[in-house]
Design a protein around this ligand. Structure first.
Ligand code: GLN
Length: 525
């Protein structure tokens, strides 16, 4: 119900598809019935969630935010199957989907602006004193009451509540991307959890700029079955949530191993398990992080990091040390400045190469919506080589947005015989070197790394064009963990009630070290 409010009243453009009120009520009643009979499917039964539109949900079309996959087209058919993570979340655990969320086309972007429709708006300035934490601090009974009220109140009542808060004269800030709608839906509270994808930061950056928690597990922990590919060796399903607790509940459910075997051949064969975290014991203990080694990587302490963020970073490090952790600097010998400085370029070369290959399937014949021919009727239409080329070109020109076309062209270029060695292979080597340094630091020296998620507040998006290469710079802190396939969680660390945007730090762990980063994050949040 709030999802309807989210889209139409807040005007935040969080959702690309919203479930009908009737459908929502049916699902809520079914869940209620299960609860009454003691047959609750999981702790998420009846909880409203949202899902990024590049993740397959059987009765919704799978568009990845692209016109070539039918985004914005009326009556585009539903995709007919569920991604593994969707099956687990909705069908097996009883979560209720409010809708699918808007995103940068194919996941390519950091600001949530590369889409054929209106970009999502950062909800924080509109929300005034209402913070996501208001929901998480409620007792179970209060949460029940809150949702009972939402489901019962009329559209008009909701409209009234929200129109009071929505002030159209406020400047518009980015939500962060590419999981922009997911972040908005969780921030304004129409979903208590959202599935996003993180290839180079797309869960962590929007979470940081919207003041919520964003978790990217290790590469391969969650199945990629049913996810529209962007750069397959980086693509990771992640979770956006109001709290660390909520993100870890989701990970526990989504990470359960499929008995029949995963339908993602790159999925990790390990049974994923979060070690029990005893919340009460941790709260009672003065030093819950005793024995945990936290590294502050000197090579990520870059000049461009504003003082305010640096202060929050050091304050958090101090706090972790008071809570028992051993905090130490990771020197530039252990994690090289050069590799870190090159990581943005390395990332963009590799993801563009993978994207150009992955997106070659959208030709309007095998996949994708074909451009309509205006020069021949179907009866007289004989394809010769030129026609075919022209048809491909028309389909891809019409279907892809400008940023996607740019990546495809860059990718084709770095894979061409001229540049393969100098660009693609060089980047692949740099990736391996960075991954190896991060792996060994995290194996031999520390358990988690602590550093900022973003180096700036969300930029305004209502003041004209933003340069694409400038946009890439927003990913400088998020891509290292993606290049190395490591788990990372972004958490808001500074209060957001003084009218400023929140600051966020991330904790990065060793491969399959999700439990360790979650435990440290719980202490920090
Ligand atoms: N901004 C990065 C890119 O455009 C990250 C995107 C993502 O994680 N999907 O590639």
């Amino acid at each position: 119900h709030l999802a309807v409010a989210g889209e139409e009243i807040w005007g935040l453009a969080a959702y690309s598809h919203i479930v009908s009120r009737a459908n929502l009520l049916d699902l809520a009643q079914e869940s209620d019935g299960r609860r009454k009979h003691g047959e609750t499917l999981s702790i998420l039964d009846g909880i409203p969630v949202s899902i990024k539109e590049n993740i397959a949900v059987r009765d919704v079309s799978l568009t990845a935010g692209s016109r070539i996959l039918g985004r914005g087209m009326k009556d585009h058919p539903p995709c007919g199957y569920d991604a593994d993570v969707v099956r687990k979340l909705l069908r097996e655990s009883g979560a209720i989907m409010m809708g699918t969320t808007t995103m940068d086309e194919f996941g390519m972007g950091s600001l949530g602006m590369n889409m054929p429709t209106t970009p999502a708006k950062n909800p924080l300035p509109y929300m005034r004193n209402l913070t996501p934490n208001d929901l998480t601090s409620l007792s179970d009974d209060e949460v029940d009451l809150f949702f009972a009220k939402l489901i019962k109140s009329s559209q008009d009542e909701i409209l009234e509540i929200h129109s009071k808060a929505f002030d159209e004269s406020l400047p518009v800030h980015s939500t962060g991307g590419s999981s922009s709608g997911s972040a908005v839906s969780v921030t304004h509270g129409s979903a208590l959890l959202s599935l996003g994808t993180d290839t180079g930061g797309s869960v962590r950056l929007p979470a940081a700029w919207c003041g919520i928690v964003g978790l990217k597990p290790s590469y391969g922990v969650l199945s990629r079955h049913g996810i529209v590919s962007y750069a397959s060796s980086f693509d990771t399903v992640g979770v956006l949530a109001p709290s660390v607790e909520c993100a870890s509940i989701a990970l526990d459910i989504l990470g359960e191993r499929d008995e029949a075997g995963s339908r993602d051949s790159t999925a990790s064969q390990l049974q994923f398990q979060l070690k029990d975290f005893d919340e009460k014991q941790a709260a009672a203990s003065e030093r819950p992080l005793e024995g945990v080694k936290v590294g502050i990587p000197a090579s990520l302490s870059i000049e461009e990091c504003p003082d305010e963020i640096r202060e929050a970073w050091m304050k958090a490090a101090n706090f972790l040390s008071q809570r028992g952790a051993t905090v130490m600097e990771l020197s530039t010998d252990e994690l090289s400045v050069d590799l870190v400085q090159l990581s943005l370029a390395t990332y963009y070369i590799l993801v563009s190469a993978e994207a150009s290959s992955n997106l070659s399937r959208y030709d309007g014949f095998r996949y994708g919506v074909a451009a309509t021919r205006d020069d021949a009727s179907s009866e007289s239409f004989h394809l010769d080589a030129t026609d075919l080329e022209r048809q491909y070109a028309a389909t891809r020109t019409e279907g892809f947005g400008i940023e996607v076309s740019r990546r495809v062209l860059c990718g084709a270029s770095v894979l061409s015989s001229d540049r393969f060695h100098s660009h693609y292979e060089a980047a692949a080597k740099l990736r391996a070197a960075l991954a190896s340094q991060m792996h060994s630091s995290l194996k031999e020296k520390v358990d988690v790394l602590l550093y900022p998620t973003a180096l700036s507040a969300p930029p305004r998006i209502d003041q004209g064009e933003i340069d694409s290469t400038e946009t890439f710079a927003n990913d400088v802190m998020t891509v290292p963990a993606s290049l190395a396939g490591l788990p990372a969680i972004s958490i808001p660390v500074a209060p957001k009630d003084d009218g400023r945007f929140p600051l966020a730090l991330q904790l990065v762990g060793y491969r399959h070290g999700e439990a360790t980063i979650l435990n440290a994050a719980r202490v920090l949040q």
